[in-house]
Design a protein around this ligand. Structure first.
Ligand code: ZN
Ligand code: ZN
Length: 389
């Protein structure tokens, strides 16, 4: 007999949590319910926790976190209950879903009707995009539209993905971050345009090797980068990056910006890197990263998913004289999950993916979980698991 009340970790305001009970949701024929196995704490959740609560700033999709919310969107769980038509309509690649199947879900709900939904594909520029764990106030039914919850209600307009049998939950939880690395696929495509981006053997710098940066290190390796340089302030994370395929590491500790730029040049025949990826979530990293790119190189902004303010940039120097192409990514592609999980399965013997999740906390210990997630010297990916007690 299923417990009729569902335990959730609710963020009531920046930095404030409350463990709350909500009723188990009623489903209709086109929706389903996931029973949580684990849900990551993502950089986006940390932005919200710090009070950086504006997303998609300055666009029609601009959103301000509607507290209280159930955060969490790196969701892995088992289908607990499924509507009659949902078994064939909700799985992205068309697989039939049964109760008990392990799934991940894309947090983004796209409207399907706006200019961007109809005219752009893959990277969701949707004017009405709303994300699980970010954009839904949990005061209103069905309440359970975030991952830090024993059960998650999946709307008929969401995308879920059946997890290949060979992936356990601790690896499947990386699917969304691996989908975020599709900006490196974009950068690689540019190589055919006058040698922009990077070709096989090219050099990629990753600024910030927390969970998202680490996935970019692995993906650069998979895509054939010849040299991968990781930058971080945590020696623990830099060692992790080496295990995930980085060749060289540069610490922020005891170095100046000029010294770090010089170090990248020294490793790239004096030119700078073909591609530099920002995975720090800090605006200050961007001018430094632009200095690390070679002329005609590519700079990818991936980490600043919330509005963290402005930073001066010299447009002549970077974009005209050095002709650096800037790639931003409003979000990750929903189409990326299937292949991301194929990559995770294929490369799990090459990279120590099983070490990616370093800490698990039941969701009623959310304060401890969040504190650990900010501890860059001892945690990589921290996840919450079903409530205890
Ligand atoms: Zn995320
Ligand atoms: Zn749309």
């Amino acid at each position: 007999m299923r417990n009729n009340s569902v335990t959730t970790a609710v963020m009531t305001a920046p930095g404030k949590f409350d463990v709350r009970q909500y009723p188990y949701p009623e489903i209709d024929h086109a929706s389903l319910v996931i029973e949580l196995e684990m849900c990551g704490i993502c950089g986006t959740d940390k932005h919200t926790f710090r009070g950086e609560t504006v997303q998609f700033a300055g666009t029609p999709a601009e959103s301000h976190t509607p507290f209280p919310i159930i955060p969490g969107h790196e969701i892995v769980g088992r289908v607990a209950e499924i509507g009659r038509t949902a078994s064939t309509s909700l799985e992205f690649s068309g697989q039939k879903l049964l109760v008990g199947d392990r799934v991940v879900m894309c947090p983004d709900i796209l409207c399907g009707k706006c200019y961007y939904c109809k005219n752009t594909f893959g990277f969701p520029l949707c004017e009405k995009v709303r994300g699980y764990g970010n954009a839904f106030c949990c005061d209103e039914p069905p309440h359970l539209l975030g991952g830090w919850s024993d059960y998650i209600y999946v709307r008929p307009d969401a995308f879920v993905y059946r997890v290949p049998d060979e992936l356990d939950a601790r690896i499947a939880v990386m699917a969304e971050l691996m989908a975020v690395t599709y900006n490196l696929d974009k950068a690689k495509e540019l190589y055919t345009m006058g040698g922009e981006g990077f070709g096989s053997g090219g050099t990629v710098v990753i600024q910030g090797v927390g969970p998202m940066g680490l996935m970019h290190v692995a993906k650069a390796h998979i895509l054939g980068a010849g040299r991968i340089i990781a930058i971080d302030r945590s020696d623990y994370r830099l060692r992790f990056a080496k295990d995930f395929g980085a060749d060289d590491t540069i610490s922020l500790n005891g170095t100046t910006q000029a010294e770090r730029v010089e170090a990248v040049r020294a490793l790239t025949d004096g030119r700078g890197a073909d591609v530099v990826v920002e995975c720090t979530g800090a605006a200050e990293a961007i001018p430094e990263g632009l200095e690390m790119a070679r002329r005609g190189g590519t700079y990818v902004v991936a980490g600043v998913f919330a509005d963290v303010g402005e930073i001066p940039i010299n447009p002549h120097r970077h974009f005209l004289a050095n002709q650096i192409r800037l790639l931003g990514m409003t979000n990750h592609p929903p189409s990326g999950y299937v292949n991301s999980m194929k990559l995770l399965a294929r490369y799990r013997g090459v990279f120590p993916f099983d070490r990616f999740v370093t800490d698990e906390f039941p969701l009623n210990q959310i304060d401890k979980a969040m504190e650990r997630a900010f501890d860059i010297d001892r945690a990589m990916k921290v996840v919450v698991t079903p409530s205890e007690g």
